[in-house]
Design a protein. Sequence first.
Length: 322
Amino acid sequence: MASRPRSGRLLRTLLAALVAASVAVPVSGAARPAAVPAPAPVALAPLRDAGPGALAERYAVNRAGIRAAARMADGHGDRERARALRRMAGPARQFLSFDGRGGGRTAEVFGDLARAERIAVLVPGSDTNLDTYARFQAGATALRRTLDDRSAVIAWLGYETPGTVSPEVLTPGRAASAAPQLRSFLGEMAALRPSARISVLCHSYGSVVCGRAAPGLEVADLVLYGSPGAGVGSAAALHTRATIWAGRGAGDWIAQVPHGQLDLPFTTLGLGADPVSDAFGARVFAAGTGGHSDYLRPGSVALRNIARIVSGRAPSGEGRDA
């Protein structure tokens, strides 16, 4: 009986947020990046050779695709997008995939994937797209610099992320669509580097994507940070042999998000239980005092501990008082 008032409050809170987001979307949606045209990418076969030559060829093909997208953005009059794409097409950048349409889909490698013994795959949260990609890149770069030379980081932007202020961010719908792509990509990486330790690092709404992709996933770790939930009620419900980690900075506003899920006739509202709660059952690591966008900030407690997890070591200061 005691659960009904809590469920009622959760329902009212989520519905209020859904209404507010629905009102805000027509204003914010005009700024979304999907309106900028881009050419269809070259169809590429699954990457089966981790040798430097095969990887260099893949990187070159995608570099050409990024340059083509930059030219189209220029022709459309979006000079800022074109400049960003030209930076992405620099000779040192390493993209396993690129599709500039609909806000962008990419997978960029930081480090030497051909020699990597540890691979960290970053899965981003809301409002990550070609126009905001620099901040995603910065986090991947900071993590790579914290790891040793036998580690590689892959920034996987393989789905259309929801807007932070949007109805979609309150439901697992985008995650359900993204999960097959993430599972496929992780399977390709496991086949490409079968001896490598793979960790999946899931920020914010990316945690919901990882939760949907988790069942049966053969990776070492799933790391949920800045997470509103993973679409389930407990770590056990993820049905994976991976170690489930969770961390939240003391200054992260995501702690105020209502937790739980409500199945309605037209949708599911809510993103599941709080991953850092005792009831969820994850291993909680210290994430310092930072805010929602600070987990991969250079020098931060969270970055240090995430790097330790990727390296197969226990994080320091593990506990719930982070």
